[in-house]
Design a binder for this molecule. Structure first.
Ligand code: SAH
Length: 490
Protein backbone atom coordinates (compact mmCIF):
# COMPACT_ATOMS: atom_id res chain seq x y z
CA UNK A 1 0.00 0.00 0.00
CA UNK A 2 1.36 3.30 -1.01
CA UNK A 3 0.50 6.90 -0.26
CA UNK A 4 2.59 9.73 -1.64
CA UNK A 5 2.40 13.38 -0.64
CA UNK A 6 4.05 15.98 -2.83
CA UNK A 7 4.45 19.71 -2.41
CA UNK A 8 5.88 22.27 -4.77
CA UNK A 9 5.96 25.10 -2.28
CA UNK A 10 9.51 26.34 -2.20
CA UNK A 11 11.59 25.29 -0.39
CA UNK A 12 9.73 22.06 -1.01
CA UNK A 13 12.01 19.98 1.18
CA UNK A 14 10.40 21.71 4.17
CA UNK A 15 7.87 18.92 3.80
CA UNK A 16 10.40 16.93 5.83
CA UNK A 17 9.91 19.35 8.73
CA UNK A 18 6.15 19.26 8.42
CA UNK A 19 6.07 15.48 8.48
CA UNK A 20 8.85 15.21 11.03
CA UNK A 21 10.68 12.81 8.76
CA UNK A 22 14.05 13.65 7.33
CA UNK A 23 14.12 13.56 3.52
CA UNK A 24 17.57 11.98 3.42
CA UNK A 25 16.66 8.91 5.35
CA UNK A 26 14.52 5.84 4.87
CA UNK A 27 12.72 5.24 8.10
CA UNK A 28 10.87 2.18 9.24
CA UNK A 29 8.11 1.91 11.81
CA UNK A 30 6.73 -1.30 13.20
CA UNK A 31 2.97 -1.55 13.20
CA UNK A 32 0.88 -4.21 14.86
CA UNK A 33 0.02 -5.61 11.43
CA UNK A 34 3.16 -4.95 9.40
CA UNK A 35 5.83 -2.40 8.67
CA UNK A 36 5.54 1.20 7.53
CA UNK A 37 8.39 2.84 5.62
CA UNK A 38 8.76 6.52 4.90
CA UNK A 39 11.07 7.57 2.11
CA UNK A 40 11.46 10.47 -0.27
CA UNK A 41 11.75 9.54 -3.96
CA UNK A 42 12.41 13.21 -4.68
CA UNK A 43 13.37 16.10 -2.43
CA UNK A 44 14.70 19.33 -3.77
CA UNK A 45 13.83 22.95 -3.41
CA UNK A 46 11.09 22.87 -6.01
CA UNK A 47 9.46 19.56 -5.50
CA UNK A 48 9.44 17.12 -2.66
CA UNK A 49 7.57 13.82 -2.33
CA UNK A 50 7.20 11.74 0.78
CA UNK A 51 6.10 8.16 0.25
CA UNK A 52 4.49 6.08 2.95
CA UNK A 53 4.77 2.44 2.09
CA UNK A 54 2.88 0.00 4.25
CA UNK A 55 3.90 -3.58 4.05
CA UNK A 56 1.17 -5.62 5.66
CA UNK A 57 2.17 -8.92 7.08
CA UNK A 58 -0.86 -11.19 6.70
CA UNK A 59 0.41 -13.54 9.39
CA UNK A 60 0.85 -10.73 11.87
CA UNK A 61 -2.53 -9.41 10.88
CA UNK A 62 -4.12 -12.68 11.82
CA UNK A 63 -2.09 -13.09 15.00
CA UNK A 64 -2.85 -9.62 16.26
CA UNK A 65 -6.52 -10.22 15.75
CA UNK A 66 -7.38 -8.02 18.64
CA UNK A 67 -9.35 -4.90 18.97
CA UNK A 68 -6.20 -2.85 18.80
CA UNK A 69 -5.85 -3.31 15.09
CA UNK A 70 -8.31 -1.77 12.73
CA UNK A 71 -8.54 -4.90 10.65
CA UNK A 72 -8.66 -7.20 13.64
CA UNK A 73 -11.36 -9.40 12.32
CA UNK A 74 -9.70 -10.31 9.06
CA UNK A 75 -8.98 -13.85 9.92
CA UNK A 76 -7.98 -14.79 6.44
CA UNK A 77 -4.53 -15.17 5.11
CA UNK A 78 -5.64 -14.69 1.57
CA UNK A 79 -7.20 -11.37 0.89
CA UNK A 80 -6.41 -8.10 -0.77
CA UNK A 81 -5.67 -6.21 2.42
CA UNK A 82 -1.91 -6.32 2.01
CA UNK A 83 -2.12 -4.52 -1.29
CA UNK A 84 -5.01 -2.17 -1.03
CA UNK A 85 -5.15 1.12 0.76
CA UNK A 86 -7.69 0.94 3.51
CA UNK A 87 -8.23 1.36 7.20
CA UNK A 88 -4.77 -0.12 7.74
CA UNK A 89 -3.09 2.55 5.69
CA UNK A 90 -5.12 5.26 7.38
CA UNK A 91 -4.13 3.96 10.76
CA UNK A 92 -0.44 3.66 9.82
CA UNK A 93 -0.53 7.18 8.43
CA UNK A 94 -2.01 8.57 11.63
CA UNK A 95 0.61 6.74 13.62
CA UNK A 96 3.69 7.55 11.57
CA UNK A 97 2.74 11.19 10.89
CA UNK A 98 1.25 11.66 14.35
CA UNK A 99 2.59 15.15 15.00
CA UNK A 100 1.76 16.39 11.52
CA UNK A 101 -1.81 15.10 11.91
CA UNK A 102 -2.12 17.30 14.97
CA UNK A 103 -0.90 20.27 12.95
CA UNK A 104 2.22 20.77 15.02
CA UNK A 105 5.60 21.73 13.63
CA UNK A 106 8.02 23.39 15.99
CA UNK A 107 10.62 23.90 13.30
CA UNK A 108 8.24 25.64 10.89
CA UNK A 109 5.20 26.67 12.97
CA UNK A 110 3.92 29.15 10.40
CA UNK A 111 4.09 26.56 7.66
CA UNK A 112 1.93 24.05 9.51
CA UNK A 113 -0.77 26.72 9.66
CA UNK A 114 -0.46 27.63 6.00
CA UNK A 115 -2.28 26.03 3.10
CA UNK A 116 0.37 24.74 0.71
CA UNK A 117 0.11 23.19 -2.75
CA UNK A 118 -0.24 19.45 -2.31
CA UNK A 119 -0.58 16.45 -4.53
CA UNK A 120 -1.58 13.19 -2.95
CA UNK A 121 -1.62 9.89 -4.76
CA UNK A 122 -2.99 6.49 -3.83
CA UNK A 123 -2.36 3.98 -6.60
CA UNK A 124 -4.78 1.35 -5.34
CA UNK A 125 -7.68 2.46 -3.25
CA UNK A 126 -10.64 0.13 -2.76
CA UNK A 127 -13.51 2.39 -3.50
CA UNK A 128 -17.09 1.41 -3.01
CA UNK A 129 -19.18 3.41 -5.40
CA UNK A 130 -16.33 3.80 -7.90
CA UNK A 131 -14.41 6.90 -8.95
CA UNK A 132 -17.52 9.07 -8.69
CA UNK A 133 -17.78 8.37 -5.01
CA UNK A 134 -14.18 9.49 -4.40
CA UNK A 135 -14.94 12.68 -6.29
CA UNK A 136 -18.08 13.35 -4.27
CA UNK A 137 -16.24 12.97 -1.00
CA UNK A 138 -13.05 14.90 -1.79
CA UNK A 139 -14.17 17.66 -4.15
CA UNK A 140 -16.20 19.66 -1.59
CA UNK A 141 -13.04 19.86 0.51
CA UNK A 142 -11.27 21.88 -2.16
CA UNK A 143 -9.46 19.08 -3.93
CA UNK A 144 -9.19 18.62 -7.61
CA UNK A 145 -9.83 14.91 -7.95
CA UNK A 146 -8.62 12.47 -10.56
CA UNK A 147 -9.95 9.01 -9.92
CA UNK A 148 -9.55 6.22 -12.40
CA UNK A 149 -10.51 2.64 -12.21
CA UNK A 150 -7.65 0.18 -12.18
CA UNK A 151 -8.16 -2.59 -14.75
CA UNK A 152 -8.03 -6.13 -13.46
CA UNK A 153 -5.24 -6.87 -15.88
CA UNK A 154 -4.05 -4.33 -18.43
CA UNK A 155 -3.05 -7.19 -20.72
CA UNK A 156 -6.65 -8.38 -20.84
CA UNK A 157 -8.91 -5.37 -21.12
CA UNK A 158 -11.88 -7.64 -21.71
CA UNK A 159 -11.67 -8.78 -18.09
CA UNK A 160 -12.85 -5.36 -17.12
CA UNK A 161 -11.99 -3.20 -14.17
CA UNK A 162 -11.13 -4.09 -10.62
CA UNK A 163 -12.79 -2.50 -7.62
CA UNK A 164 -9.80 -0.23 -7.07
CA UNK A 165 -9.18 3.27 -8.22
CA UNK A 166 -6.04 5.27 -8.61
CA UNK A 167 -6.71 8.47 -6.80
CA UNK A 168 -4.85 11.75 -7.19
CA UNK A 169 -5.82 14.78 -5.17
CA UNK A 170 -4.45 18.20 -5.99
CA UNK A 171 -5.14 21.27 -3.94
CA UNK A 172 -3.86 23.96 -1.63
CA UNK A 173 -4.60 22.94 1.92
CA UNK A 174 -3.00 22.76 5.32
CA UNK A 175 -1.12 19.50 5.51
CA UNK A 176 -2.84 18.55 8.77
CA UNK A 177 -6.26 19.01 7.18
CA UNK A 178 -5.26 16.83 4.26
CA UNK A 179 -4.03 14.08 6.56
CA UNK A 180 -7.15 14.18 8.70
CA UNK A 181 -9.38 14.00 5.66
CA UNK A 182 -7.49 10.95 4.43
CA UNK A 183 -7.68 9.39 7.86
CA UNK A 184 -11.45 9.51 7.74
CA UNK A 185 -12.13 9.06 4.05
CA UNK A 186 -9.85 6.14 3.18
CA UNK A 187 -11.73 3.64 5.33
CA UNK A 188 -14.98 5.32 4.40
CA UNK A 189 -14.32 4.76 0.71
CA UNK A 190 -13.20 1.21 1.32
CA UNK A 191 -16.32 0.73 3.41
CA UNK A 192 -15.30 -2.81 4.13
CA UNK A 193 -16.20 -2.48 7.80
CA UNK A 194 -13.63 -4.87 9.02
CA UNK A 195 -12.41 -2.61 11.69
CA UNK A 196 -13.76 -2.71 15.15
CA UNK A 197 -16.10 0.16 15.78
CA UNK A 198 -15.90 1.05 19.43
CA UNK A 199 -17.56 4.06 20.98
CA UNK A 200 -14.32 6.01 20.99
CA UNK A 201 -14.54 6.03 17.22
CA UNK A 202 -17.03 8.86 17.56
CA UNK A 203 -14.39 10.94 19.35
CA UNK A 204 -11.83 10.03 16.73
CA UNK A 205 -14.17 11.01 13.94
CA UNK A 206 -15.09 14.34 15.52
CA UNK A 207 -11.43 15.10 16.20
CA UNK A 208 -10.26 14.17 12.69
CA UNK A 209 -13.26 15.89 11.14
CA UNK A 210 -12.65 19.19 12.86
CA UNK A 211 -12.94 22.11 10.50
CA UNK A 212 -14.25 20.18 7.50
CA UNK A 213 -16.71 17.41 8.27
CA UNK A 214 -19.52 19.45 9.81
CA UNK A 215 -19.93 21.48 6.62
CA UNK A 216 -19.41 18.58 4.21
CA UNK A 217 -22.52 17.99 2.10
CA UNK A 218 -22.04 14.24 2.52
CA UNK A 219 -21.35 14.31 6.25
CA UNK A 220 -24.28 11.96 6.87
CA UNK A 221 -23.01 9.29 4.49
CA UNK A 222 -19.43 9.72 5.66
CA UNK A 223 -20.43 9.40 9.30
CA UNK A 224 -22.59 6.36 8.66
CA UNK A 225 -19.90 4.57 6.74
CA UNK A 226 -17.15 5.53 9.16
CA UNK A 227 -19.13 4.21 12.09
CA UNK A 228 -20.21 1.12 10.20
CA UNK A 229 -23.81 2.20 10.55
CA UNK A 230 -23.96 1.68 14.29
CA UNK A 231 -27.11 3.65 14.88
CA UNK A 232 -26.46 5.05 18.30
CA UNK A 233 -22.92 6.05 17.39
CA UNK A 234 -24.04 7.67 14.15
CA UNK A 235 -26.68 9.64 15.98
CA UNK A 236 -24.23 10.79 18.61
CA UNK A 237 -21.70 11.85 15.99
CA UNK A 238 -24.20 13.69 13.83
CA UNK A 239 -25.50 15.49 16.90
CA UNK A 240 -22.03 16.64 17.77
CA UNK A 241 -21.32 17.68 14.21
CA UNK A 242 -24.50 19.74 14.14
CA UNK A 243 -23.22 21.65 17.16
CA UNK A 244 -19.82 22.18 15.60
CA UNK A 245 -18.63 25.44 14.27
CA UNK A 246 -19.21 25.76 10.56
CA UNK A 247 -22.15 23.39 10.54
CA UNK A 248 -24.76 24.52 8.06
CA UNK A 249 -28.27 25.10 9.33
CA UNK A 250 -29.64 21.95 7.84
CA UNK A 251 -27.14 19.95 9.86
CA UNK A 252 -29.77 19.91 12.54
CA UNK A 253 -32.27 18.21 10.28
CA UNK A 254 -32.62 14.57 11.07
CA UNK A 255 -30.50 12.47 8.79
CA UNK A 256 -32.02 9.24 7.73
CA UNK A 257 -30.20 6.42 9.40
CA UNK A 258 -30.69 3.14 7.71
CA UNK A 259 -29.68 0.18 9.64
CA UNK A 260 -27.43 -2.03 7.68
CA UNK A 261 -26.89 -5.62 8.66
CA UNK A 262 -23.55 -6.38 10.15
CA UNK A 263 -20.63 -7.62 8.24
CA UNK A 264 -21.37 -10.82 6.50
CA UNK A 265 -18.77 -13.45 6.53
CA UNK A 266 -17.65 -16.61 5.02
CA UNK A 267 -17.20 -19.74 6.94
CA UNK A 268 -13.48 -19.40 7.23
CA UNK A 269 -13.58 -15.80 8.32
CA UNK A 270 -15.66 -16.15 11.31
CA UNK A 271 -16.04 -12.73 12.71
CA UNK A 272 -15.43 -10.53 9.74
CA UNK A 273 -15.86 -8.62 7.39
CA UNK A 274 -16.83 -7.11 4.24
CA UNK A 275 -20.26 -5.68 3.94
CA UNK A 276 -23.88 -5.34 4.08
CA UNK A 277 -25.87 -8.35 3.28
CA UNK A 278 -27.61 -6.28 0.70
CA UNK A 279 -25.17 -7.28 -1.96
CA UNK A 280 -23.73 -3.84 -2.10
CA UNK A 281 -20.91 -4.39 -4.47
CA UNK A 282 -18.14 -1.89 -4.10
CA UNK A 283 -19.11 -0.43 -7.38
CA UNK A 284 -22.65 -1.59 -7.44
CA UNK A 285 -25.62 0.59 -7.75
CA UNK A 286 -26.80 2.63 -4.83
CA UNK A 287 -30.44 2.29 -5.75
CA UNK A 288 -31.34 -1.38 -5.99
CA UNK A 289 -29.71 -2.22 -2.67
CA UNK A 290 -32.22 -1.48 0.02
CA UNK A 291 -35.27 -1.96 -2.09
CA UNK A 292 -34.10 -5.24 -3.54
CA UNK A 293 -33.21 -6.60 -0.10
CA UNK A 294 -36.66 -5.61 1.07
CA UNK A 295 -38.36 -7.23 -1.89
CA UNK A 296 -36.40 -10.39 -1.29
CA UNK A 297 -37.52 -10.60 2.33
CA UNK A 298 -41.07 -10.07 1.19
CA UNK A 299 -40.85 -12.68 -1.57
CA UNK A 300 -39.41 -15.28 0.79
CA UNK A 301 -42.02 -14.55 3.46
CA UNK A 302 -44.80 -14.82 0.89
CA UNK A 303 -43.64 -18.13 -0.46
CA UNK A 304 -43.23 -19.58 3.03
CA UNK A 305 -46.79 -18.51 3.75
CA UNK A 306 -48.05 -20.08 0.52
CA UNK A 307 -46.34 -23.33 1.42
CA UNK A 308 -48.00 -23.29 4.82
CA UNK A 309 -44.72 -23.46 6.69
CA UNK A 310 -45.45 -22.78 10.36
CA UNK A 311 -41.90 -23.28 11.54
CA UNK A 312 -38.90 -21.91 9.67
CA UNK A 313 -35.15 -21.89 10.11
CA UNK A 314 -33.13 -19.18 8.38
CA UNK A 315 -29.74 -20.64 7.51
CA UNK A 316 -27.09 -17.94 7.13
CA UNK A 317 -29.50 -15.53 8.77
CA UNK A 318 -27.04 -12.61 8.85
CA UNK A 319 -28.39 -9.81 10.98
CA UNK A 320 -31.81 -11.39 11.23
CA UNK A 321 -33.82 -9.24 8.87
CA UNK A 322 -35.91 -12.12 7.63
CA UNK A 323 -36.38 -13.48 11.16
CA UNK A 324 -37.69 -10.12 12.31
CA UNK A 325 -40.14 -10.11 9.42
CA UNK A 326 -41.33 -13.64 10.13
CA UNK A 327 -41.95 -12.73 13.74
CA UNK A 328 -44.17 -9.87 12.67
CA UNK A 329 -46.35 -12.31 10.79
CA UNK A 330 -48.58 -14.31 13.09
CA UNK A 331 -48.64 -17.33 10.81
CA UNK A 332 -45.13 -18.42 11.75
CA UNK A 333 -45.29 -19.96 15.18
CA UNK A 334 -41.68 -21.00 15.47
CA UNK A 335 -38.66 -19.40 13.85
CA UNK A 336 -34.96 -20.08 14.19
CA UNK A 337 -31.75 -18.74 12.76
CA UNK A 338 -28.18 -19.87 12.36
CA UNK A 339 -25.09 -18.22 10.97
CA UNK A 340 -21.43 -19.06 10.93
CA UNK A 341 -20.59 -15.54 12.00
CA UNK A 342 -20.76 -14.93 15.71
CA UNK A 343 -21.12 -11.21 15.10
CA UNK A 344 -24.07 -11.79 12.82
CA UNK A 345 -25.77 -13.95 15.43
CA UNK A 346 -25.19 -11.29 18.07
CA UNK A 347 -26.62 -8.66 15.79
CA UNK A 348 -29.69 -10.79 15.11
CA UNK A 349 -30.08 -11.36 18.82
CA UNK A 350 -30.16 -7.61 19.38
CA UNK A 351 -32.48 -7.01 16.48
CA UNK A 352 -34.95 -9.54 17.87
CA UNK A 353 -34.42 -8.09 21.35
CA UNK A 354 -33.49 -11.46 22.74
CA UNK A 355 -30.97 -9.67 24.91
CA UNK A 356 -33.70 -7.94 26.88
CA UNK A 357 -35.28 -9.41 29.97
CA UNK A 358 -38.96 -10.00 30.46
CA UNK A 359 -41.61 -11.88 28.54
CA UNK A 360 -42.49 -11.10 24.94
CA UNK A 361 -44.82 -12.82 22.53
CA UNK A 362 -42.38 -12.47 19.64
CA UNK A 363 -39.46 -13.77 21.66
CA UNK A 364 -41.39 -16.81 22.72
CA UNK A 365 -41.64 -17.82 19.07
CA UNK A 366 -37.88 -17.81 18.56
CA UNK A 367 -37.02 -21.46 18.87
CA UNK A 368 -33.28 -21.08 18.47
CA UNK A 369 -30.62 -18.66 17.30
CA UNK A 370 -27.13 -20.02 17.16
CA UNK A 371 -23.75 -20.03 15.54
CA UNK A 372 -23.26 -22.92 13.19
CA UNK A 373 -21.66 -23.80 9.89
CA UNK A 374 -23.72 -25.15 7.04
CA UNK A 375 -20.84 -27.29 5.90
CA UNK A 376 -21.26 -29.63 8.89
CA UNK A 377 -24.29 -31.72 9.70
CA UNK A 378 -25.96 -30.32 12.77
CA UNK A 379 -29.17 -31.67 14.30
CA UNK A 380 -30.17 -28.15 15.28
CA UNK A 381 -30.85 -27.41 11.59
CA UNK A 382 -33.60 -30.03 11.51
CA UNK A 383 -37.15 -30.20 12.79
CA UNK A 384 -38.63 -27.20 10.93
CA UNK A 385 -41.19 -27.16 8.14
CA UNK A 386 -38.96 -24.95 6.02
CA UNK A 387 -35.36 -23.81 5.71
CA UNK A 388 -34.27 -20.63 3.96
CA UNK A 389 -30.89 -19.89 2.40
CA UNK A 390 -31.27 -16.28 1.39
CA UNK A 391 -28.21 -14.96 -0.45
CA UNK A 392 -25.98 -17.57 1.16
CA UNK A 393 -24.93 -20.17 -1.42
CA UNK A 394 -22.85 -17.68 -3.41
CA UNK A 395 -20.68 -17.20 -0.31
CA UNK A 396 -19.76 -20.87 -0.17
CA UNK A 397 -16.56 -22.02 -1.81
CA UNK A 398 -17.58 -24.29 -4.70
CA UNK A 399 -15.71 -27.30 -3.27
CA UNK A 400 -17.77 -26.98 -0.06
CA UNK A 401 -21.09 -26.54 -1.77
CA UNK A 402 -21.63 -30.30 -1.96
CA UNK A 403 -21.32 -30.49 1.82
CA UNK A 404 -23.91 -27.74 2.26
CA UNK A 405 -26.29 -29.56 -0.11
CA UNK A 406 -26.00 -32.74 1.96
CA UNK A 407 -26.46 -30.91 5.24
CA UNK A 408 -29.53 -28.98 4.10
CA UNK A 409 -31.32 -31.31 1.70
CA UNK A 410 -30.04 -34.63 2.97
CA UNK A 411 -29.65 -34.24 6.71
CA UNK A 412 -31.98 -31.42 7.84
CA UNK A 413 -34.30 -32.24 4.93
CA UNK A 414 -37.29 -30.02 5.73
CA UNK A 415 -40.48 -30.17 3.65
CA UNK A 416 -39.64 -26.82 2.01
CA UNK A 417 -36.29 -25.21 1.16
CA UNK A 418 -36.11 -21.70 -0.27
CA UNK A 419 -32.85 -20.60 -1.88
CA UNK A 420 -32.18 -17.14 -3.26
CA UNK A 421 -29.05 -16.02 -5.09
CA UNK A 422 -28.04 -13.22 -7.47
CA UNK A 423 -28.78 -13.63 -11.14
CA UNK A 424 -25.44 -12.89 -12.77
CA UNK A 425 -27.07 -12.03 -16.08
CA UNK A 426 -28.69 -9.03 -14.45
CA UNK A 427 -25.32 -7.50 -13.51
CA UNK A 428 -25.05 -5.71 -16.85
CA UNK A 429 -27.91 -3.51 -15.65
CA UNK A 430 -25.80 -2.24 -12.77
CA UNK A 431 -24.08 0.89 -13.83
CA UNK A 432 -20.65 1.08 -12.34
CA UNK A 433 -20.25 -2.66 -12.00
CA UNK A 434 -17.44 -3.66 -14.31
CA UNK A 435 -18.31 -6.25 -16.93
CA UNK A 436 -17.78 -9.69 -15.45
CA UNK A 437 -17.46 -8.30 -11.93
CA UNK A 438 -19.51 -9.72 -9.09
CA UNK A 439 -21.83 -7.77 -6.85
CA UNK A 440 -19.89 -8.38 -3.73
CA UNK A 441 -16.22 -9.10 -3.05
CA UNK A 442 -17.07 -12.08 -0.88
CA UNK A 443 -19.13 -13.82 -3.54
CA UNK A 444 -17.43 -16.98 -4.68
CA UNK A 445 -19.57 -17.15 -7.79
CA UNK A 446 -22.72 -15.72 -9.26
CA UNK A 447 -24.91 -17.93 -11.35
CA UNK A 448 -26.78 -17.24 -14.53
CA UNK A 449 -30.36 -18.43 -14.57
CA UNK A 450 -29.35 -21.54 -16.49
CA UNK A 451 -26.59 -22.33 -14.01
CA UNK A 452 -28.89 -21.93 -11.02
CA UNK A 453 -31.52 -24.08 -12.70
CA UNK A 454 -29.00 -26.81 -13.46
CA UNK A 455 -27.77 -26.80 -9.86
CA UNK A 456 -31.29 -26.74 -8.44
CA UNK A 457 -32.53 -29.53 -10.71
CA UNK A 458 -29.62 -31.75 -9.80
CA UNK A 459 -29.98 -31.13 -6.06
CA UNK A 460 -33.75 -31.61 -6.16
CA UNK A 461 -33.44 -34.87 -8.06
CA UNK A 462 -30.75 -36.19 -5.73
CA UNK A 463 -32.78 -35.55 -2.59
CA UNK A 464 -36.34 -36.13 -3.71
CA UNK A 465 -37.54 -32.55 -4.05
CA UNK A 466 -39.48 -30.74 -6.72
CA UNK A 467 -38.25 -27.24 -7.55
CA UNK A 468 -39.91 -24.16 -9.02
CA UNK A 469 -38.27 -20.87 -9.87
CA UNK A 470 -39.52 -17.41 -8.97
CA UNK A 471 -37.90 -14.15 -10.07
CA UNK A 472 -37.46 -11.48 -7.39
CA UNK A 473 -37.21 -7.82 -8.33
CA UNK A 474 -38.05 -6.31 -11.71
CA UNK A 475 -38.03 -9.10 -14.22
CA UNK A 476 -36.03 -7.69 -17.10
CA UNK A 477 -37.18 -9.20 -20.43
CA UNK A 478 -33.61 -9.70 -21.56
CA UNK A 479 -31.53 -10.50 -18.51
CA UNK A 480 -34.10 -11.53 -15.95
CA UNK A 481 -34.70 -10.34 -12.41
CA UNK A 482 -31.82 -9.29 -10.14
CA UNK A 483 -32.49 -12.11 -7.69
CA UNK A 484 -33.48 -15.68 -8.46
CA UNK A 485 -35.37 -17.83 -6.03
CA UNK A 486 -35.74 -21.58 -6.05
CA UNK A 487 -38.56 -23.12 -4.03
CA UNK A 488 -37.89 -26.77 -3.25
CA UNK A 489 -40.73 -28.92 -1.98
CA UNK A 490 -40.86 -32.59 -1.10
N1 SAH B 1 -29.49 -14.26 4.72
C1 SAH B 1 -29.00 -12.95 5.08
C2 SAH B 1 -27.49 -12.82 5.01
C3 SAH B 1 -26.88 -13.07 3.66
S1 SAH B 1 -25.14 -12.79 3.67
C4 SAH B 1 -29.64 -11.91 4.20
O1 SAH B 1 -30.08 -12.22 3.11
O2 SAH B 1 -29.67 -10.75 4.60
C5 SAH B 1 -24.51 -14.42 3.77
C6 SAH B 1 -24.53 -14.97 5.16
O3 SAH B 1 -24.16 -16.31 5.09
C7 SAH B 1 -23.56 -14.28 6.09
O4 SAH B 1 -24.22 -13.85 7.24
C8 SAH B 1 -22.54 -15.35 6.38
O5 SAH B 1 -22.00 -15.26 7.68
C9 SAH B 1 -23.33 -16.61 6.19
N2 SAH B 1 -22.52 -17.76 5.84
C10 SAH B 1 -21.54 -17.85 4.91
N3 SAH B 1 -21.02 -19.08 4.89
C11 SAH B 1 -21.70 -19.81 5.82
C12 SAH B 1 -21.62 -21.15 6.29
N4 SAH B 1 -20.77 -22.01 5.75
N5 SAH B 1 -22.46 -21.53 7.27
C13 SAH B 1 -23.37 -20.68 7.79
N6 SAH B 1 -23.48 -19.41 7.40
C14 SAH B 1 -22.66 -18.97 6.43
Amino acid sequence: MLLTITTTRSPASDLGFLLHKHPDRVQTFDQAYGTAHVLYPEADEHRCTAALLLDVDPVKLVRTRGRGTPDFSLGQFVNDRPYAASSLLASAMANVYRTAVRGRCDARPGLAETPIPLEITLPALPCRGGPGQAERFFRPLGWEVTAERVPLDPEFPSWGDSRYVTLTLTGTLRLADALNQLYVLLPVLDDAKHYWVASDEVDKLIRAGEGWLAAHPDRGAITRRYLANRRTLVRAALGRLADAEGAPEDALDPVEIEEEPPAETTENAETTETTEATEAAPAAPEEPKASLAERRVRAVTDVLGEEGAGSVIDLGCGSGKLLARLLKDGSFNSVAGADVSFRAVEHARRRLRLDRPGPSRARDRVADLFQGALTYADDRFGGYDAAVLMEVVEHIDPPRLGAVEKVVFGHAAPRVVVVTTPNAEHNVRYEGLAPGAMRHPDHRFEWTRAEFRAWADRVAAAHGYHVRHVPVGDDDPEVGAPTQMGVFTK
